[in-house]
Structure formats: structure tokens, C-alpha cells
Design a binder for this molecule. Structure first.
Ligand SMILES: C[C@H]1O[C@@H](n2cnc3c(O)ncnc32)[C@H](O)[C@@H]1O
Ligand SMILES: [Zn+2]
Length: 441
């Protein structure tokens, strides 16, 4: 493996992964130069699909589709450990928003580089991001080689002047991302939540997302207070308000969804909206209830998985998040059979890919070659009675050893190009950010 490591990140040719375990079977996976899976076969049939430029021995690996993190604020890696053990509203208003007021574009660049590094190292190949200075987040993501969907966090606090500024920021970002013409980078509209965006702001976001044919990324029903306040102010629950404003669509990814009731779940299913489960953040911020996964599933709504930002998680490890999701669901709803291992993997892969519109999120012919190789020589993969169980319940991101996105290597044998410089740049940016905030106090 070692001989080809120096130039493997620059090669843009076809790839063959031999003898890798997929769904309990030893197969070869052939990947075209264009970055698509063109063959997957047990009996060496895939070998005929490409004249491979790179052949990787997969016999010590399990292959899974790239993990899709459907709700994060990537650059919040810089805020990791800055404010812990607080309720959501105090956490946001007393600690997070005052520090974010001092953010710069360079901070977001370095924070996103660090986030991408961490995501790649734990098997994530696509993420749904909502934050600020998102042109710099897209730049960082492009350099790291994975997929990102970028939304400006739209917060108008019911003020006309703020709304106009947020509209401008959203339009500028969307035209910038579209102008890049990079299939790995897409734009979305990011109304923060019903308690920070007016109905006029929400309606504008819905209309603009429709006009631009892009997604909507929003926090929904995270706390009981959000629901109670929404009913008091608007006479309806958050999903009904969002629906009235046109924000519940097949392109909407709604984060948290902890306090949805059964009718809300049915509305999600009817509108084709996607519910992103963020269990670690929900438990850490003690929002009081887990997403009603069973009601969403019974209604037929798509559920996907996300970590939220590093100030409320405090990492971006989607393998770890799968286990937390499965355990939280079983515990909260007192049902051992709820969210079994295979389904937990499904919401982190196919469910996420469906939510972000990036193919089937499976290892099948025609799918984008977003592939994660998990080391079979680890304690967490020994023994392998049931691969899904090992992946969902025993492993975390440290078992990932090679990652491809769109057929290109972004990590090989646990090496990610530029890692030391990213750690240094991000640490310096985080320290300078806190210093600026303290000096301004
Ligand atoms: C984009 C803004 O969203 C803020 N944020 C981060 N995590 C959460 C959460 O769990 N609920 C609501 N808002 C959140 C982030 O700090 C940005 O200000
Ligand atoms: Zn969030």
C-alpha cells in the first residue's frame, strides 16, 4: 500500500477495489474515471468494467457508502468546548452568538477545513451546512475533496432591515456557489428557525428556494418552548407555520424534530420533507425529548442523520452518531427493536443521500463512488458475526482507513493530505477569535 501513497491523491483515473466485504459478500468494486461505480461483482465480473489505473486490495476491509451528515455548522469546530452544559437558549444567546459576532471569513475557512478533516477521518463524504461566510466554507470543502451543501444562516428577528440584509447575503451566496459550477458544491437557503425568522422571511426563503431549484435547511421543533411559543404567537405548531409559508417541501431538511407530534409527522410525509435526527446534540442540550422516529417511519417520512455543530456534540463522527441514535430511540420510546443496526446505517447513508439529492447512497452500479473502507483488523470488527452490528454498535470513526469521494481518494490508509497545517491553522484561528471577543468586552 505504501508505495503509491504519495501520488494517490492526485490520480484522476479509474479504480478497482478487490475482495472487499459488502453486505456480507466478498466483491470487487470498479469505479470509472468519472467517479461512478461501474461494476460490483462477487465473481470478478467487476474487473472487466474498467481498465483500472489504481488497484486497491480490499481484502482486509468492509466497504460502506459514504456517510452523509445532514445537519451541521461545520466551522463551529472552532467553538468546540467553548460553551458546554447549558440549556439551548442560554447557550445561544449568552455564549455562542456573542462569539459568532466576531467571526471572520478566514475563521470559517479554517473551521471548515478542520471539520472536513474530521469528517473524512470518520467516513463522511457529504454534509449539509448552515453558517456564515459560506463562500469560504465552500472553498475549504472544495480543497478537501468532499461534498457540501451551503446555506447562509438567515436570521431576521422580525426586523425589516435585517431581512433585507439576509436576503442579499443569501442571493450572493447562491449565485457564488452556482457560479463555481462544481458538482460537489451546492447551495441551499437556510432560515434558522421559526423563533428567529419572521413569516415574511420564511415565505421569501421558500419562494427563492423554489425559483432557484435548491433546498431549504432549517431547525424545527428542537425544544418544547419553541413549539409552545410558536402556538402562542401564530396559533399553530412549527411544521404547520412552515407549511403555510411554503417551507415544507421535498427539498427541505429539518434538523432536530424532537417535539413533532403524530400529525406533524404525517405532514412531513405528505410534503416529502426530510427529518434530520441529531441525537448527541439533543441529549447534550437536554431538549427533553427524542425525535419520534417511530411516528415518522409509520407516516412514511424520510429520516436522516446529522451531528449538529461541534459546540453541541462535540465531534462530527457519524459512526458514533449512529450508535447514539439507535440507543436514544430504544431508550426514549422503551422499545428494543426501534432503529436496529441496519436502519441506523440506512439513515446515515441512503436517507441522507436522498435528503441532499446526491444519488441512492448505496454501493450499486450507477451510484457516485463515495466509498468508505473500514478496517477489518480492529477490535471493533472482530469477530464479524453481523457486519451491521459491528458498524453501528461497536465501531467509531477510528476504524475508517480509506475514503473516496466521487472516485477520488480523500484519505488513504489514514493519511489525509495537509493534516498538520489544518490543525495548526484552525487552532490559531480559534485562539484569535476568542481573543478578539474578549478584547471587545
Ligand atoms: C446558524 C446558527 O445556528 C446556530 N446553532 C447551532 N446549533 C444550533 C441549535 O442546536 N439550535 C439552534 N441554533 C443552533 C449557530 O450557532 C449559528 O448561529
Ligand atoms: Zn444546528
Amino acid at each position: 500500500m505504501r508505495e503509491i501513497i504519495d501520488d494517490i491523491f492526485d490520480i484522476e483515473g479509474s479504480v478497482l477495489i478487490t475482495g472487499v466485504l459488502v453486505g456480507g459478500k466478498q466483491v470487487d468494486i470498479a469505479i470509472s474515471e468519472a467517479g461512478t461505480i461501474v461494476g460490483i461483482d462477487e465473481k470478478n465480473g467487476a474487473r472487466d468494467a474498467v481498465e483500472a489505473e489504481i488497484v486497491v486490495d480490499g481484502s482486509e476491509s468492509i466497504a460502506i457508502p459514504g456517510l452523509v451528515n445532514t445537519h451541521t455548522h461545520a466551522a463551529m469546530t472552532l467553538l468546540r468546548g467553548y460553551a458546554d452544559d447549558m440549556p439551548l437558549q442560554d447557550w445561544l444567546t449568552q455564549k455562542i452568538w456573542p462569539l459568532e459576532a466576531h467571526l471572520t471569513g478566514d475563521d470559517v475557512y479554517w473551521g471548515t477545513k478542520l471539520a472536513c478533516l474530521e469528517m473524512i477521518r470518520s467516513g463522511t463524504t457529504a454534509f449539509n451546512d448552515m453558517y456564515f461566510f459560506m463562500d469560504r466554507a465552500a472553498e475549504a470543502t472544495d480543497e478537501m475533496g468532499i461534498r457540501g451543501t451551503f446555506a447562509h444562516g438567515f436570521i431576521d428577528l422580525s426586523m425589516e432591515e435585517k431581512r433585507e440584509a439576509e436576503i442579499k447575503a443569501t442571493e450572493t451566496l447562491v449565485s457564488h456557489i452556482k457560479g463555481l459550477g462544481n458538482p460537489r458544491l451546492t447551495a441551499a437557503v437556510g432560515p434558522h428557525a421559526v423563533y428567529t425568522v419572521s413569516p415574511d422571511g420564511l415565505s421569501w426563503c421558500a419562494g427563492y428556494a423554489k425559483e432557484q431549484d435548491i433546498g431549504i435547511h432549517i431547525h424545527v421543533s428542537e425544544t418544547e418552548k419553541e413549539v409552545v411559543d410558536c402556538v402562542a404567537q401564530y396559533g399553530k405548531r412549527p411544521p404547520a407555520l412552515l407549511d403555510e409559508c411554503g417551507c415544507l417541501t421535498p427539498r427541505t431538511v429539518a434538523a432536530h424534530c424532537c417535539w413533532l407530534d403524530e400529525a406533524d409527522c404525517r405532514l412531513f410525509a405528505e410534503r416529502g420533507a426530510h427529518a434530520s435526527h441529531n441525537p448527541a446534540s439533543n441529549m447534550k442540550l437536554a431538549v427533553g425529548r427524542a425525535m419520534p422516529y417511530h411516528h415518522l417511519k409509520d407516516a412514511g417520512a424520510n429520516v436522516c442523520l446529522g451531528t449538529d455543530g461541534c459546540a453541541s456534540n462535540n465531534n462530527l463522527d457519524m459512526l458514533e452518531e449512529m450508535k447514539i441514535a439507535a440507543l436514544l430511540q430504544k431508550f426514549s420510546w422503551n422499545t428494543q427493536t426501534l432503529l436496529p443496526a441496519g436502519e441506523a446505517i440506512g439513515i446515515a447513508t441512503a436517507g441522507g443521500a436522498r435528503a441532499l439529492g446526491i444519488g441512492p447512497g448505496t454501493l450499486t452500479v450507477g451510484a457516485p463512488a463515495d466509498i468508505v473502507l473500514i478496517d477489518r483488523r480492529k477490535a471493533c470488527t472482530t469477530p464479524l458475526h453481523n457486519t451491521d452490528s459491528n458498524l453501528a454498535y461497536a465501531c467509531n470513526g477510528s476504524a475508517v482507513h480509506t475514503v473516496l469521494c466521487s472516485g477520488r481518494f480523500v484519505m488513504y490508509d489514514r493519511v489525509v493530505p495537509g493534516e498538520a497545517a489544518i490543525l495548526k491553522g484552525a487552532a490559531q484561528a480559534a485562539a484569535a477569535l476568542v481573543q478578539r471577543a474578549e478584547e471587545a468586552e
